[in-house]
Design a protein around this ligand. Structure first.
Ligand code: HEC
Length: 134
């Protein structure tokens, strides 16, 4: 009799543990979602901080235009600023020279790299879609 009852208690405790584990997983998942939301906020704030004082900030200043937009490397991002791609040319982004020739938009290599390297980080790249086929 005692043996039977303690078996029931053990079963009951096992059930409880299972339930706790299930809700722990659910809570952990919710935290993940919140972390991603926080990353989006930080990404936009960083864009405003490092691009807000130059012309780039006129376009890259909202949640859907904040950089990075796609999963590319820092060097690929720099190349897009220098040469453009289908989307930037279509979207009206100028190509920027690395020196001032008195007529074209320009941004020096050092300044461009310094600004983009704090945006194209492993963390912020978690907020973008996979590299799109162009
Ligand atoms: C007139 C608006 C405009 C200005 C000014 C502008 N951009 Fe852009 N930029 C765009 C558009 C539009 C795209 C393409 C967005 C897309 O791929 O959906 C883009 C894309 C980019 C990309 C590629 C994003 C990615 O991760 O795929 C980089 C890098 C970039 N811009 C950097 C800059 C920098 C640096 C400056 C300033 C020196 C700048 N842009 C100025 C409009 C602008």
């Amino acid at each position: 009799m005692i043996y039977k009852e303690s078996n029931l208690v053990i079963e009951f405790i096992k059930e409880q543990i299972k339930e706790i584990n299930t809700s722990n997983i659910a809570i952990a998942k919710r935290l993940d979602v919140r972390d991603i939301d926080r990353l989006y906020e930080l990404k936009l704030a960083k864009n405003l901080e490092v691009l807000g004082d130059i012309s780039c900030g006129e376009c890259h200043n909202a949640s859907d235009t904040a950089l990075p937009i796609s999963k590319i490397t820092l060097n690929e991002a720099i190349a897009i600023v220098r040469f453009g791609n289908a989307k930037t040319l279509q979207g009206g982004m100028p190509t920027y020279k690395s020196f001032n020739n008195g007529k074209d938009p320009f941004i020096a290599d050092s300044g461009l790299k310094r600004r983009l390297e704090v945006l194209y980080t492993d963390d912020f790249l978690k907020t973008v879609k996979q590299k799109s086929m162009e």
